[in-house]
Design a protein around this ligand. Structure first.
Ligand code: G16
Length: 548
């Protein structure tokens, strides 16, 4: 039987991808992520997991993305994408961890057998897999480890090549819903560009164009992909100027540029020389995050992050739903603990929308957003999107509208459902969403920024011996362990006006993250570094005590 599992074949293939000794792998915030030279065996085994997942889901296509997104160039990573383009179901993350940590080939086979039996997997089903990678130099070798894993279980494989992470999510969904009432578009890169560009042109038709948008592409895959997208859109609809677009020279990816650098450092990326009045945005290394920014008349850097995008998108969509006269469609926003306190107040008090707070990681935000008819989710770091429920889609598609104003709002909402990549946060699609809204409102970045003023905030990374000793609760806003540390943080926070601070272990880097906000920049920085100092002292900090 061509599809049935041959364990000798798996063992033979696995012997070329041995697991290193003395290392424990964890499926974190966004899959496995670490130094690329430690990932060969992990990627091979992720291939096996994807095959089992596809067999379990009746041969649905499973996506695999090889990327480490915002991490430094020497890192890489891998994540699995479920049939509708969402992150791997959480209950399967355990299997990923078990497979990755099986030391010998025999142990590996035991784990595979156990997954098959616990899930009643029919071995004879065909497995369909699509995979892609970003531009990291370690990508090709890891792809060949992946292909070995996939072939050891005779999967049917589609190599989608070098792509942004959201393009892989998009194509995975397209394959699985093709020809059904949920059809999501052509399962090709061209299909993706055509869908987004057609929708964008519709949403800005007849409106006066904005000035060019300066895009920092983090020297990653977003650079060539943005260029291609812009060709489909046409310069007459969108003028973009790319910087940090050198994705071919080694050592440049995410280096002093990109969305993470700009958000964390609250400063311009290398190579940017924007002036007051210019408009700018940064992608991250795999183009699934975006932040906007500008320089004001006093030459101060002003960041418009994921929270600001959530406010902008939420406000626009609420207005469209009202104008269109669509009854009974509720809009909600999902954030994480990193959301600036002012943004939450703005959403709840000014836009009057329900706001939920969940732990970091797209998988958490996405699921929560699915609870609303229209769910807007954004992490402050610029990762987010908007989800339209089946009910919302049906209502929007069938609505007709009485007045010209209503008809126009309905048309816009329809276009937005195509413009927005509903599978995952997507820097290219989110850029078009923001550009659509700003064009329709005829707003400068400064006007957008006026919705509310961010509380000064600071994010600090602390390197400790073992970040896994940090355990959190309450959507990561409180520490359970190390015992006693939260009380000390509370005491510090109580001394600062509008003070707030929390500590959590990163799921993508070997660091502990400390977030703080307070009424003034000085107080905020003082609080952040005091909390970081506590973490450093109590958890065996290494690599130098954090200081301003
Ligand atoms: C990934 C996740 C995001 C998360 C970020 C940082 O982003 O997709 O949801 O906010 O990591 O996570 P952590 O604080 O746990 O390191 P990306 O863009 O790197 O894939």
């Amino acid at each position: 039987m061509e599809n049935s599992i041959n364990y000798d074949q798996i063992k033979e293939a696995a012997s070329y991808h041995p697991k290193p000794q003395n290392i424990t792998y964890t499926y974190g915030t966004a899959g496995f992520r670490m130094r690329a030279d430690l990932l060969d065996s992990v990627i091979f085994r992720v291939g096996i997991l994807a095959v089992l997942r596809s067999k379990k889901l009746d041969s649905k296509t499973i996506g695999i993305m090889i990327t480490a997104s915002h991490n430094p160039e020497q890192d890489n990573g891998v994540k699995l994408v479920d049939p509708y383009g969402e992150m791997l179901e959480q209950s399967w993350e355990n299997y990923a961890t078990q497979l990755a940590n099986a030391q010998t080939e025999d142990e590996l086979v035991d784990v595979i057998k156990q997954i098959i039996s616990s899930n009643n997997i029919d071995e004879s089903k065909t497995a369909n897999i699509v995979y892609a990678r970003d531009t990291r130099p370690s990508g090709p070798a890891l792809v060949s480890a992946l292909v070995d894993g996939l072939k050891s279980l005779n999967a049917k494989i589609i190599d989608f090549g070098i792509k942004t992470t959201p393009q892989l999510h998009y194509v995975t969904r397209c394959y699985n819903v093709k020809g059904t009432e949920d059809d999501y578009g052509e399962p090709t890169e061209e299909g993706y560009y055509k869908k987004l560009s057609t929708a964008y042109r519709k949403t800005v038709e007849g409106k006066q164009r904005l000035t060019p948008i300066n895009i920092d592409a983090a020297n990653g895959v977003g650079a060539p992909k943005m260029r291609e997208l812009n060709q489909y859109i046409g310069n007459e609809y969108l003028e973009s100027i790319l910087i940090n677009d050198d994705y071919k020279t080694q050592g440049k990816l995410n280096y002093q540029c990109g969305a993470d650098f700009v958000k964390t450092g609250q400063k311009l990326p290398t190579g940017s020389n924007i002036k007051p009045g210019d408009r700018a945005a940064s992608f991250d290394g795999d183009a699934d995050r975006i932040v906007y920014y500008y320089i004001d008349e006093e030459n101060t850097f002003k960041l418009l992050d994921g929270d600001k995008i959530a406010g902008l998108a939420g406000g626009f969509i609420i207005d469209l739903v009202k104008t269109a006269g669509l009854e009974g469609i509720d809009v909600g926003v999902v954030q994480t603990a990193y959301a600036n306190g002012s943004s939450t107040t703005y959403l709840e008090k000014v836009l009057n929308v329900p706001v939920s707070c969940v732990p970091t990681g797209v998988k958490h935000l996405h699921h929560e957003a699915e609870k609303y008819d229209i769910g807007v989710y954004f992490e402050a770091n610029g990762h987010g999107t908007v989800l339209f429920s089946k009910k919302a889609l049906k209502t929007i598609r069938s609505a007709e509208g009485q007045t010209a104003e209503q008809k126009e709002a309905i048309e816009k909402l329809r276009a937005l459902t195509d413009l927005i990549n509903q599978t995952v946060g997507d820097a290219l699609s989110d850029l078009l969403l923001v550009e659509t809204i700003l064009t329709n409102r005829q707003w400068s970045l400064k006007q957008w920024d006026q919705a509310y003023t961010d509380l000064p905030n600071r994010l600090v990374k602390v390197i400790v011996e073992n970040r896994h000793i940090f355990k959190t609760t309450d959507a990561e806003r409180k520490l359970l362990e190390p015992v006693g540390l939260q009380e000390q943080i509370n005491e510090l926070v109580s001394k600062y006006k509008n003070g707030r601070s929390f500590v959590r272990p990163s799921g993508t880097e070997d660091v502990v993250r400390v977030y703080a906000e307070a009424a003034t920049r000085e107080e905020c920085d003082e609080l952040a570094y005091k909390v970081a100092g506590l973490v450093y002292d109590q958890a065996g900090g290494t690599g130098g005590r954090p200081k301003e």
